[in-house]
Design a protein around this ligand. Sequence first.
Ligand code: HEC
Ligand code: HEC
Ligand code: HEC
Ligand code: HEC
Ligand code: HEC
Ligand code: HEC
Ligand code: HEC
Ligand code: HEC
Ligand code: HEC
Ligand code: HEC
Length: 329
Amino acid sequence: MHRRRSLTHSRTAASQGNWSVRCALLMALLGAGLFSATAVAAPTKEAKTARVETSQKALPGDYVGQEVCATCHEEIGKKFSSNAHAKLAEAHGKNGVTCEGCHGPGKAHVDGGGDVTKIFNPAKATAKEVDAKCLGCHQGQHANFERSGHGEANVSCVSCHSIHAGEDPEHLLKVAQPRLCFQCHTDIKPQFSMPFHHKVEEGLMQCSDCHNPHGTFGRKGLKSASQQDAICTKCHTETAGPFVYEHDVVKTEGCTSCHTPHGGPNPRLLNRANVNTLCLQCHSPSPNFTTGLPIGPAHNQNQQYQSCTICHTSIHGSNTSPIFFNSTE
Ligand code: HEC
Ligand code: HEC
Ligand code: HEC
Ligand code: HEC
Ligand code: HEC
Ligand code: HEC
Ligand code: HEC
Ligand code: HEC
Ligand code: HEC
Ligand code: HEC
């Protein structure tokens, strides 16, 4: 969804109501104060005080423009034309700020013959400084970032994105998924090599089909399907319902009460090796009225009853059978 929205934006970059244009406009107005605030950034406490002072003195005239930057940073300047951020130039009758939108006004840096203390380099800044800089324009898209697992753990925008040297040009990622994610989530990797797994390593789907690395309103950065259901029903539509006879637990506790989402040793990604032990976790055959668990099967527990879903086939819910028997009419 996010992706589509940003593409739409890019196609309408000329329109006034456009996010990127408004964003760049805002920048030019606030630009002097905002960006010079980080123009001399060295991520130390002492430097912070210095920054506040310069931020009040800086003027829009401290911008020099991309052409000047490119005279010394030729390689970066050349590659930049294919960068999504090149669009920033289209603002203000094509006088928009590009390089300096992220690096802050560059006059002092240029006058100093490339004085590195006079330019903001995100690679040397703290996570919070980088996030604030990027979110200055991308807040609308990624409003949940700061309270996401990544935002809170100081995994900054440039832990995953590289503006100038990315391997995956589409989203300016440092390296492509899932390798990007596995660099840090080494404990998750083996789950996708289990006998039964979602085909992420095979390239059939991506981590970001289920997770938004920038955070969501859900737990674990999980995306949700259009009906606000679990993300799973976006692809597994047949399990979504609504059904006349719901298997309550699908709706209340969600798919992961029975399935493991990444991969596991059991067919159908089930949490348990045997279907009956899965069911009997909740459906105790010897009812204990104090536990509040659902009723157990009153039928006997002989061998022929062990494979519960042989009879209770429509296990995710049914429109015809209150006990989830085959619902094909
Ligand atoms: C001055 C405003 C501004 C700043 C600051 C900014 N961006 Fe952007 N960003 C944009 C615009 C405008 C686009 C193009 C959007 C479009 O194509 O619709 C863009 C595009 C992107 C894209 C590509 C989206 C895509 O899928 O094509 C990524 C990724 C991105 N920015 C990340 C960052 C990161 C990381 C930072 C901080 C280092 C950052 N941006 C700082 C304005 C900004
Ligand atoms: C007169 C030549 C010159 C111009 C013009 C120039 N730079 Fe630089 N820049 C340098 C030199 C030299 C370095 C240091 C390079 C190094 O150490 O590898 C540098 C380093 C940088 C760095 C890295 C700073 C660091 O902390 O390592 C950034 C970011 C940068 N320049 C951005 C810009 C931007 C943005 C512009 C345009 C506003 C610009 N430069 C214009 C010469 C220039
Ligand atoms: C969207 C934000 C953004 C824009 C726009 C941008 N940069 Fe950068 N720049 C970064 C980030 C982030 C880094 C840190 C290294 C990285 O992530 O690739 C960086 C690093 C640099 C460096 C240091 C390179 C190094 O290897 O350490 C230079 C020089 C530089 N940028 C110049 C430019 C020039 C010139 C332009 C315009 C043509 C520009 N940048 C536009 C975000 C930006
Ligand atoms: C943990 C890794 C990670 C971090 C941290 C991260 N991103 Fe991303 N970002 C991604 C991935 C992966 C995609 C591609 C998502 C997809 O395929 O749907 C992406 C896509 C984007 C896009 C394209 C629009 C979209 O949502 O698809 C923008 C813009 C963007 N990121 C900006 C940012 C900014 C700004 C920050 C910091 C506030 C940031 N990202 C932090 C991994 C990350
Ligand atoms: C630079 C290291 C790094 C990268 C790269 C990275 N992560 Fe993370 N991720 C973390 C850290 C640190 C945390 C927070 C601590 C934890 O939960 O392990 C985290 C947390 C998470 C969480 C739990 C979120 C929550 O709110 O509880 C998910 C899901 C996640 N990452 C998915 C991804 C995905 C998907 C990618 C690739 C697009 C990715 N990560 C890339 C470091 C990283
Ligand atoms: C089919 C959807 C799906 C895909 C694809 C997926 N995840 Fe997850 N992931 C989930 C769900 C659901 C959870 C929450 C599990 C739970 O706690 O109930 C989760 C949890 C996580 C967690 C938190 C684990 C913890 O113990 O807190 C991390 C980290 C994570 N995923 C990383 C990844 C990475 C990295 C990828 C890609 C290699 C990925 N996921 C692909 C659905 C998915
Ligand atoms: C982006 C689409 C997509 C999403 C989202 C998704 N799945 Fe899947 N799922 C698939 C595909 C495709 C397959 C079958 C191909 C394969 O073997 O990976 C599959 C296979 C399965 C299977 C095994 C089916 C079988 O016949 O063995 C189960 C169970 C499953 N998914 C549950 C889930 C759960 C639970 C979630 C949410 C955490 C989820 N899926 C999210 C696409 C998706
Ligand atoms: C009460 C436990 C339970 C819950 C909750 C549950 N499932 Fe299942 N699911 C099963 C069982 C058991 C099977 C295996 C059925 C069989 O043996 O054929 C299964 C099979 C599947 C399959 C394989 C195809 C099929 O229909 O047989 C998919 C896909 C699937 N589930 C997705 C989901 C999704 C998505 C959710 C959440 C909306 C979900 N499940 C919730 C128990 C559950
Ligand atoms: C995580 C707990 C959980 C698991 C696991 C689970 N169920 Fe249920 N099941 C429920 C709940 C809750 C109800 C609703 C009970 C109620 O309304 O009293 C229910 C209802 C039912 C009903 C309808 C009974 C009725 O009186 O409405 C049947 C049949 C059923 N489950 C079969 C199964 C089978 C077969 C399995 C294993 C594939 C299974 N369940 C796994 C929680 C679970
Ligand atoms: C041979 C077919 C068959 C198998 C296998 C089977 N059931 Fe049933 N189940 C039924 C029938 C028929 C009913 C309707 C009530 C009855 O006749 O006892 C039922 C009813 C239920 C009910 C509703 C409560 C009740 O007893 O009326 C639950 C819960 C249930 N079964 C769970 C299970 C579980 C758990 C398993 C696996 C351990 C299982 N069933 C295996 C046929 C089967």
